[in-house]
Design a protein around this ligand. Structure first.
Ligand code: FES
Length: 318
């Protein structure tokens, strides 16, 4: 089991309509692990679920973790409990930072696209790229400026001239035209996108239609749309290391069946967006339900927290 970190809520601030930023500081005598842009932490919401939040500010000499939380009444309660229930001085349990959304190393130009609260990892990426003197541009889209967090911070940043803000309620000539911005594929360019599912799908499908390959597309989903389980059936998982077979019932996730059978498996989002539970599949045809794997990765990998099987048996590298 992962060891959790204890942190103190050092600051809590409303940074846009329905968005609150929290700053977590270490308890006395403890140093928080460093991280790179794109990292997220799991926050154990008091009395509630575990939720993932991207870190929006790069660490200075002594890391503090800063997250932005969007009040989402449609969510499973994590954001509302955090915003309404957590105050400065409270102690929270969090995970160490994890990063499934890293910047490519090297001199490639980065095209950063953020939709709404998706600005959190994207702003951190912009800060890192600016610190490293690398080339980038940032496109930040939202419904209205009042709901777009960190606009002031971006406008006063040293890289403000590389930020374009697109608000749905603004003039037609400032709306994001993803196809025009992305253009034809360029070998030394990378595209990074984070935000609501519809926004991300729009940016990614625009890039694909223009001919961009998957290796140039990088994304981080915040939440998955609800998965329809009404047609789920049972299947078996064979563990390649031991040959052991585990039955997955129709009303049970593969991850739950594995954990119940004593197989060590790390879980975080349990919704197919964070990448924590990724395993290799050696035989059988998975029924992929996640948003994390690329089409190419789906040939070899499987997310047991949400995905199932098209064949009676899957063999996993466990
Ligand atoms: Fe997050 Fe499976 S636990 S993708």
């Amino acid at each position: 089991m992962e060891t959790l970190l204890q942190v103190r809520v050092a600051a809590r601030k409303v940074v846009a309509e329905d968005v609150v930023a929290f700053e977590f500081a270490p308890l006395d005598g403890v140093e928080l692990p460093g991280f790179e842009a794109g990292a997220h932490i799991d926050v154990h919401v008091p009395g509630g679920p575990v939720r993932q939040y991207s870190l929006y500010q790069l660490p200075d000499s002594l890391p503090r973790y800063c997250i932005g939380v969007l009040r989402d009444p449609q969510s499973r309660g994590g954001s509302v409990r955090l915003i309404d229930g957590v105050k400065e001085g409270d102690i929270l349990s969090i995970s160490r930072p994890r990063n499934h959304f890293q910047l490519h190393s090297g001199p490639d130009h980065a095209m950063l696209f953020a939709g709404g609260i998706g600005i959190t990892p994207i702003m951190c990426m912009a800060e890192q790229l600016a610190r490293e003197g690398r080339s980038f541009e940032l496109h930040y889209s939202g419904r209205t400026p009042a709901r777009m967090a960190f606009l002031d911070r971006l406008r006063s940043a040293g890289f403000a001239d590389r930020v374009q803000v697109h608000s749905d309620d603004g003039a037609a000539d400032q709306l994001l035209d993803a196809r025009a911005v992305i253009g034809s594929p360029v070998v030394d360019r990378q595209i990074y996108v984070c935000g609501p599912t519809g926004f991300m799908d729009h940016v990614l499908s625009s890039a694909r239609e223009l001919g961009w390959g998957e290796s140039h597309l990088h994304r981080e989903y915040f939440a998955a749309a609800p998965i329809d389980h009404s047609t789920d059936g049972p299947f078996e998982i064979e563990l390649s290391h031991s040959g052991r077979c585990i039955s997955v019932k129709a009303d049970q996730s593969a991850a739950q069946a594995l954990i119940d059978a004593g197989v060590p498996l790390s879980l975080s989002c349990e919704a197919g967006v964070c990448g924590t539970c990724q395993t290799r599949v050696l035989a059988g045809v998975p029924d992929h339900r996640d948003l994390y794997l690329t089409d190419e990765e789906k040939h070899e990998h499987f997310m047991p927290c949400c995905s199932r099987s098209c064949t009676p048996r899957l063999v996993l590298d466990l």
